[in-house]
Design a protein around this ligand. Sequence first.
Ligand SMILES: [Zn+2]
Length: 308
Amino acid sequence: MKTPLAPLALLLPLALMPMQSLAGKCQSQRVKLQMLGVRGPELLDDQASTSYLIWLDDKARLLIDTGPGSLQNFKRSGADFRDIRAILYSHFHVDHSLDFPGYIKASYFTARDRDLVITGPSGNRFMPSAKTWVQREIGDHGSYAYLSDFLDPALPSAYKVHAETLNWSADAPDIEPAWRDADFRVTAVAVHHGPIPALAYRVEVAGCAIVFSGDMNGDFDTLPKLAMGADILVAHNAIPEDAEGVAAFLHMKPSYIGDAAARAGVKKLLLTHLMARTIDRREETARLIHQRYPHPVRFPKDLDVIRP
Ligand SMILES: [Zn+2]
């Protein structure tokens, strides 16, 4: 005899499948996240300032931030700048952006012919928008105006740089599309980094999701939604739990990182952007995070490769 429960029982496993499996299983053998800079703005040790590289099928495809020193690590990684499709900027503080013109000048001596997309947040009275920042770097009135061929459509160059300004707003910030192509889908959300427009990014590729907090203090609480079910969350550990004042206005505490990672259900948590005030307190930081988040916490070094 048929029971009335049978059709429901057949549907149940589908309903319980996590979102990730419906979107496709993470093909982790195709994707690598590599650290090109795991420190903040200080001259602290031999590690470079913030930058990350995403590889797909053994080709370097995306850069996230280009802090000081990271350009040299890009070379050490064996990556080829001709393969890079886009650079995603969290914000334009020096420790996240300084090496940009170095890439553009170095590419002049290569056979790069693929256009390059730059994304970053909109501006305010403290920071230029992504478009304006790129103009001020390599535009015809910029610091490196001699590189303006790469920006000016009227001038001959092997490829062009296209800057895209993404909306940053403190009023009801929501997840917005940032950039996509045939392989990648990138979304971004406004985060609170004091008065500075800053973005967190989610990069989806080959069924995997990698999320970058950038610099933020958690006040908008937009990170957990962006990082929902992510394979990797890279979170910036710039302050200890007892930080106050300006430092806590700009950066998130370990307890917030643990809480956000737990609420998002991320599978791997990497802590970077370490500073003098956090580098010797890694044990305490990991303990505070473990009180909220059950999986291991890693403090990677420059050039480390992490599979999603
Ligand atoms: Zn920073």
